[in-house]
Design a protein around this ligand. Structure first.
Ligand code: GLU
Length: 282
């Protein structure tokens, strides 16, 4: 059998302008794809409709093109993928692993985005609504995964392969850690029909991604993604978590760091080759 073609992706959310950290992530993905004769895809993660803006999406395309990156068209946009998320969710519901939850709005909002370093992680959900049947789900309910039942249903020992520089090797997913650190994660907010965790897993499989390249702050989300892949019968990609680009005080760059926005470098007359070289890409 010929080896599987390498496919990775860069998956920004259009909630602000891309900064040097995004440039590093996109260049790392493109570089790893080029080295392996593979492909880097672009995916717009725009499920958080209250925070995503068309001007930020347009800027993503412009800034990446300015950096010298190319990608296949059409670009996948999560806002157009509701049917795929609905069927994944239905499958988990049919397995008896979900329940409706009407608890705090803050947690439900947090479930729409990837958890990034420096952001508060909401406390693990105590399971207040766990006994509610799905038949009771109403318009204001979020849908949660019953982590205990999900781990039992997944059955096998879960593990994932990390190819990144910080923690390379095979990682066993600890059920205790999943239960303690993540607990009954939100799979879907009613109006949006999905969450970061569910959408990313469904889309990585739909795009036949073989290696996920992303920032090291998402390493801790990988056990959740691996569990969902097993429950949904999806393939197992490898993971390459790269180092984070930090500001002078050591903090991970965030979208509020306008000084490091790629736009700003462009406006200041920086050459893309120099910016790439500054990040270690010849
Ligand atoms: N959309 C996420 C972000 O902008 C990336 C998610 C991922 O790569 O898994 O941080």
């Amino acid at each position: 059998m010929p080896p599987e073609a390498y496919r990775t992706r860069f998956a920004p959310s259009p909630t602000g302008y891309l900064h040097l950290g995004h440039a590093y992530s996109a260049l790392t993905a493109a570089h790893r794809a080029a080295e392996r004769g593979g492909t880097m895809l672009l995916r717009i993660e725009d499920i958080d409709t209250a925070r995503c803006k068309p001007e930020f999406e347009a800027a993503i395309f412009e800034d990446l093109a300015w950096l010298g990156l190319r990608w296949e068209e059409p670009v996948m946009r999560q806002s157009a993928r509701r049917t795929a998320y609905d069927s994944a969710l239905e499958r988990l519901v049919a397995m008896g692993l979900c329940y409706p939850c009407c608890c705090t709005r803050r947690e439900i909002r947090a479930a729409l985005s990837a958890h990034q370093e420096g952001a508060d992680r909401p406390p693990t959900y105590p399971g207040t609504c766990r006994q509610r049947p799905m038949a009771e789900a109403g318009p204001d309910d979020a849908i949660r995964l019953d982590m205990g039942r999900a781990l039992a249903a997944a059955g096998t020992s879960l593990h994932f392969t990390e190819t990144g520089p910080a923690r390379p090797g095979e990682h066993v997913v600890s059920a205790a850690q999943l239960a303690e650190e993540h607990g009954d994660i939100i799979l879907a907010r009613r109006d949006i029909g999905t969450s970061y965790h569910l959408a990313v897993v469904v889309d990585d499989a739909a795009q036949a991604i073989t290696e996920i390249v992303r920032g090291g702050d998402l390493f801790d989300s990988t056990p959740v993604h691996r569990l969902l892949q097993v429950l949904l019968g999806l393939p197992r990609p490898t993971y390459y978590h790269h180092r984070l680009i930090r500001d002078d005080s050591g903090r991970r760059l965030a979208k509020r760091d306008d000084a490091r926005a790629i736009r700003r470098y462009r406006a200041d007359g920086e050459a893309p080759a120099r910016l790439r070289a500054g990040l270690g890409f010849a």
